[in-house]
Design a protein around this ligand. Structure first.
Ligand code: GLY
Length: 302
């Protein structure tokens, strides 16, 4: 059994962007699926899927992410290997086009799990991860958006994501390879106009990502402050540990807890140890796709 599930955010995706989200999800899924089908490992599949999504500047991950309160892009990402529980994460990086690859480098070549800011960028330079001019990460569309909300005033980072309609283009993927390893990765630019140095759920193991081969893998999207309060990814894993690995039931309960305990909106993708894929969200839409070796065609929906 091999399986792959991908998301590119849960929010009120306007009709004009639905097609782009659908095509982007399908293309990302195709990249990872080809790799898994050729016998590639789950870690490579997740890294390649997320690099592709980060490189698409239409979304809030990699170039094209939201700007923070001082007009900079600050990126967060995490990756976790469910066989070893090894994980790596980076937060508040300004000079990295593909933070998921830096997170993987932290997982593979560091004794640590989470590196932030200049320390993470120093680690990148020492480990042949390309760095860039921070301005290269800024898309004109996001600069315009940031200037317009600054002109209106009163807009704080906390205003993003706490309504079901707010933009949440965080991207994530979970893969199961033929060796039975589950890997998860999540990457984001975080919330619009966030305070500099703000870190969301995506790079926090247990909040944005969690994988354990014995149970499954989870990637989350939505309002980071609420997701952190309910430790959403690990909460869903915990639910699966006690419900016989029912990913759909656990995903739905996790999203209920996000709303009832933290007034949060967002979504989760789940891949259980049997390779079954599940999704739950409480936003109007969520861009998502999955494929397993038991399916003839991929499932793609927005
Ligand atoms: N879920 C992404 C963030 O809040 O940063």
């Amino acid at each position: 059994m091999i399986s792959l599930i991908v998301h590119r955010g849960a929010w009120d995706i306007p009709e004009s962007l639905v097609d782009a989200h659908r095509k982007g999800c399908a293309a990302a899924l195709g990249i990872g699926w080809n790799l898994l089908q050729k016998g590639g490992c789950a870690v490579d599949a997740v890294e390649q899927v997320i690099r592709f999504l980060e490189d698409d500047e239409a979304f809030d991950a990699g170039r094209g992410s939201h700007l923070n309160a001082v007009g900079e892009v600050e990126l967060d990402a995490s990756i976790m290997n469910g066989k070893t529980l090894r994980c790596g994460a980076v937060a508040a990086v300004h000079r990295i086009r593909n933070p998921i690859s830096l997170a993987r480098k932290v997982m593979d070549e560091s004794e640590h799990i989470l590196l932030v800011g200049t320390g993470a960028e120093r680690f990148a330079a020492e480990h042949q991860i390309p760095t860039c001019d921070p301005k290269e990460l800024i898309a004109p569309r996001e600069e315009e958006l940031w200037k317009s909300i600054r002109r209106k005033g009163r807009y704080a980072g906390r205003d993003a994501f706490h309504k079901s309609s707010d933009r949440g283009d965080t991207v994530g993927a979970v893969a199961l390879d033929k060796e039975g390893t589950i890997c998860v990765g999540t990457s984001t630019g975080g919330t619009l106009n966030k305070y500099p140095g703000r870190v969301g759920d995506s790079p926090l193991i247990g909040c944005g990502s969690y994988a354990d081969n014995a149970v499954g893998g989870i990637s989350t999207t939505g309002w980071g402050e609420a997701i952190i309060k309910v430790v959403l990814a690990k909460t869903v894993i915990g639910l699966m540990e006690t419900n016989g690995g029912n990913g759909q039931q656990a995903a739905e309960r996790g999203v209920e807890l996000l709303k009832s305990k933290a007034d949060g909106y967002g979504g989760v993708i789940v891949l259980n140890a049997r390779g079954e894929c599940s999704i739950a969200f409480n936003t109007p839409k969520m861009a998502r796709a999955y494929m397993t070796s038991q399916m003839k065609e991929p499932f793609v929906a927005v």
